[in-house]
Design a protein around this ligand. Structure first.
Ligand SMILES: [Fe+2]
Length: 293
């Protein structure tokens, strides 16, 4: 199949159009893989898609689909498949972040599917974590090279049963161990979790630095959870600087029904704009590339 493409925005990604009524499942896999490796984010538009085609298409490129155990939000399982989830827990803005960067085991790759767009607003936002790093002031770069982020959260017994999809403390202990997360169990079986992560990581190729983490939504939604690893506060002026950079480099994905978005979660951050109606239905799959990466 001949691929027709153009940049998603001035600075980011590629939009792959359907041409000649092509079947998305017959797309040139090797070309898509090389575009993905280069750009980190691809949007497929105009193809005939539905939930089943989305699952088949993502399975052409991905493996190790995960079920979001330990995830921060409530997600609705679609068609009984725990690796296909709706992202609409609530309607407010979610600032740019790497998916599940509040734990060690992150999905390396994300897929989004627009089952239905919002009537207006509700765009998914994306940005390049390398560009984000390049725009940081040198004092902020220094600060993040000296101090890591510490996520510390207390979770009630009922809540951790739900969040980790188990009521077995040993299973939970194993999950925390695998995630480098410190677990403390209180007398009432509520738990305290602590996880330390860098805000900036080297790229997979090792040639540049990437600002990718869960700092911005955590500071926006539950600021008490996040400090530096020496327990000092993340300064307000640093958070303001990060929010300003985020706005400058954000690309908005204005969804059309049936769109599919492919995201490299090791270097592209994502979020979403607020929306008001009940129509927006975007699905997500979390996984790893099924090709050398
Ligand atoms: Fe996310």
């Amino acid at each position: 199949m001949n691929i027709k493409k153009q940049p998603i925005s001035n600075s980011l990604g590629q939009l792959i159009f359907n041409r000649n009524n092509s079947n998305i499942l017959e797309i040139d896999k090797e070309e898509i893989i090389s575009l993905f490796k280069y750009y980190g984010v691809l949007l497929f538009r105009g193809f005939e898609t539905n939930t089943d085609i989305f699952k088949q298409f993502t399975s052409l490129f991905s493996t190790d689909f995960i079920n979001y155990a330990g995830g921060a939000f409530n997600r609705r399982v679609i068609n009984g498949d725990e690796t296909l989830l709706s992202v609409n827990d609530f309607k407010s803005e979610i600032k740019l972040h790497g998916e599940m960067y509040y734990q060690q085991n992150i999905p390396l790759m994300l897929w989004f599917f627009c089952a239905n767009p919002a009537l207006e607003d509700g765009e998914t936002t994306v940005c390049d974590g390398r560009e984000f790093f390049d725009k940081l002031s040198s004092s902020t770069k220094d600060l993040f090279s000296q101090k890591k982020l510490k996520f510390a959260v207390r979770i009630s017994k009922d809540d951790w049963h739900k969040k980790y999809k188990t009521d077995d403390l040993e299973v939970l202990g194993e999950m925390c161990k695998n995630n480098n997360t410190h677990l403390k169990v209180h007398e009432d079986q509520s738990i305290q979790l602590e996880y330390i992560a860098p805000a900036i990581i080297p790229s997979r190729c090792g040639n540049y630095q990437v600002f990718i983490n869960s700092l911005l939504p955590t500071m926006q939604l539950s600021p008490d959870v996040l400090t530096f690893d020496d327990d000092s506060k993340i300064p307000d002026d640093v958070v303001s600087e990060l929010n300003e950079i985020a706005e400058i480099i954000t690309t908005e994905i204005s969804w059309q029904k049936g769109d599919i978005l492919m995201v490299d979660n090791t270097r592209i951050m994502h979020g979403r704009r607020a929306f008001a109606d009940d129509l927006r239905d975007i699905y997500i799959r979390l996984c790893s590339p099924a090709f050398p990466f």
